[in-house]
Design a protein around this ligand. Sequence first.
Ligand SMILES: Nc1ncnc2c1ncn2[C@@H]1O[C@H](COP(=O)(O)OP(=O)(O)O)[C@@H](O)[C@H]1O
Ligand SMILES: O=C(O)C1=C[C@@H](OP(=O)(O)O)[C@@H](O)[C@H](O)C1
Ligand SMILES: [Mg+2]
Length: 173
Amino acid sequence: MAPAAVIVGPPGAGKTTVGQTLAALLDVPFLDADAVIEAKAGKPIPEIFIDDGEPAFRAMEREAVAGTLGSFEGIFALGGGAIMDPGTRAALAPHTVVFLSVELPDAVKRVGLGAGRPLLSVNPRATLKYLMEQRRPLYAEVATHTIATDGREPEAIAAQLAALLAPAGDATT
Ligand SMILES: Nc1ncnc2c1ncn2[C@@H]1O[C@H](COP(=O)(O)OP(=O)(O)O)[C@@H](O)[C@H]1O
Ligand SMILES: O=C(O)C1=C[C@@H](OP(=O)(O)O)[C@@H](O)[C@H](O)C1
Ligand SMILES: [Mg+2]
């Protein structure tokens, strides 16, 4: 068993939004690593950061991703920082991994003041710029497909992805 696709990219790339739309188009389940972590911890991501700290969150994230990769068939969206973990990057190697890329101006607009994203709660623009520069090579390293999302609607991105993922010969003429 393996996910139909794993979606990676920085905060604001639209992983959660596009992933949900894509799953609906393909009529498969959708799972978000952040939701898996929240369900296990019994509290929202910001509270995990406050109560337990980022290292504890990253440990939960590593476990949630590893567990889900081996048992879930559907569209699986990761949190933006999941690919920082070398074990997670190695675990992604056999999978179809879509990097939703976004440049800083669109990412900043989409993330706003960082509500619900504890890493961006102070100075979201500068933090996002730093995180994106640091992580971009790692998204590219794990990706089997890269799709630019700037200036595009989530529905159009999901439709492009659905066509990309459809097995050859699936298209009706
Ligand atoms: N292609 C897009 N164009 C405009 N807004 C978008 C797009 N993708 C996502 N958004 C919006 O940006 C915000 C962040 O999207 P989200 O899916 O949570 O991103 P991620 O999971 O990658 O951090 C949401 O408010 C969402 O509605
Ligand atoms: O970039 C990050 O390190 C994080 C991104 C978030 O997910 P999104 O990328 O879906 O916002 C969430 O996992 C957490 O707040 C940490
Ligand atoms: Mg998300």
